[in-house]
Design a protein around this ligand. Structure first.
Ligand code: PRP
Ligand code: URA
Length: 209
C-alpha cells in the first residue's frame, strides 16, 4: 500500500490558507503555488541518495556528500500542474520536464488526454508527477498509468490538496506510488470539486474565469 504523506510544515500551511481564500488575486495565487511547490519539493526529495566525494576547501581536504547523480523528471499534468514546475526547478534545476495534457470531462469527470511530450530517457528517470488538485483521482491515476507504459518504475505523486476519494483511488490502482500533499480535505461535492478546497486550480493560476 502506498503512503500518503501530508506536509504539515507551518510555511506550507500558511501559504495554502492564503491560496484557499476566494479573494486572493491571480498573481498572488500563482506565486503561492510556486512557493508551496518549492517547499514540498524540499521535503519530497528527502530520500535522494547521497555519495561521498573528496574535495579541497581553502583550509583542508574534506570528505563531503553530494547527490548521487540521480536522474529526475518532473511531469506536470496540464494545465494546473504547470504552476508547480518553476518552484520544483528552483530546488532541482537539472531535472528534465515532461508534459501530460489531461482535462476532466465536466459531465463524466473522466480524464481526457490531449497532449504528451516526454524526455527521451524518461524510463531511466525517477518521476515526480505534479498537479495541485487530487479530486476523484482520475487524472492522476491516468497520468501514472501513462508513465508506467513509458517504462517508468519509480513514481511519486505530488499534489497540494487531496480528497480522500482521490487518495483511495491512487492507493488501490497504484500501491507503489507514494502521495505527497499539503492537506487532505473533507470530501468532494456533487460536481467533483474538493470541499473546502480552493476552487478550480487552473482557472485561479491562469485567470481564466
Ligand atoms: C483539474 C486538476 C486535476 C484534475 C483533478 O484539472 O488540475 O488535473 O482537475 O481532478 P480529478 O482528480 O477528479 O481527475 P482540470 O481537468 O480542471 O484541467 P485544467 O488543469 O486544464 O484546468
Ligand atoms: N479540479 C480543481 O481544479 N479543483 C477541484 O476542486 C477539483 C478538481
Amino acid at each position: 500500500m502506498s503512503k500518503v504523506i501530508v506536509f504539515d510544515h507551518p510555511l506550507i500551511q500558511h501559504k495554502l490558507s492564503v491560496m484557499r481564500e476566494k479573494d486572493t488575486s491571480v498573481k498572488e495565487f500563482r506565486e503561492l503555488v510556486s512557493e508551496v511547490a518549492t517547499l514540498m519539493c524540499y521535503e519530497a526529495t528527502r530520500d535522494l541518495p547521497l555519495e561521498e566525494t573528496e574535495i579541497e576547501t581553502p583550509v583542508a581536504k574534506a570528505k563531503v556528500k553530494r547527490i548521487a547523480g540521480k536522474k529526475l523528471a518532473i511531469v506536470p499534468i496540464l494545465r494546473a500542474g504547470l504552476g508547480m514546475v518553476d518552484g520544483m526547478l528552483t530546488m532541482i534545476p537539472s531535472a528534465k520536464v515532461g508534459h501530460i495534457g489531461l482535462y476532466r470531462d465536466p459531465d463524466t469527470l473522466m480524464p481526457v488526454k490531449y497532449y504528451c511530450k516526454m524526455p527521451k530517457d524518461v524510463a531511466e528517470r525517477d518521476i515526480i508527477i505534479v498537479d495541485p488538485m487530487l479530486a476523484t483521482g482520475g487524472s492522476a491515476s491516468a497520468a501514472i498509468t501513462f508513465m508506467k507504459e513509458y517504462g517508468c518504475r519509480h513514481i511519486k505523486l505530488m499534489c497540494i490538496i487531496g480528497a480522500p476519494e482521490g487518495a483511495k483511488k491512487i492507493q488501490e490502482a497504484h500501491p507503489d506510488v507514494d502521495i505527497y500533499i499539503a492537506a487532505m480535505d473533507e470530501r468532494l461535492n456533487s460536481h467533483g470539486y474538493i470541499v473546502p478546497g480552493l476552487g478550480d486550480a487552473g482557472d485561479r493560476i491562469f485567470g481564466t474565469k
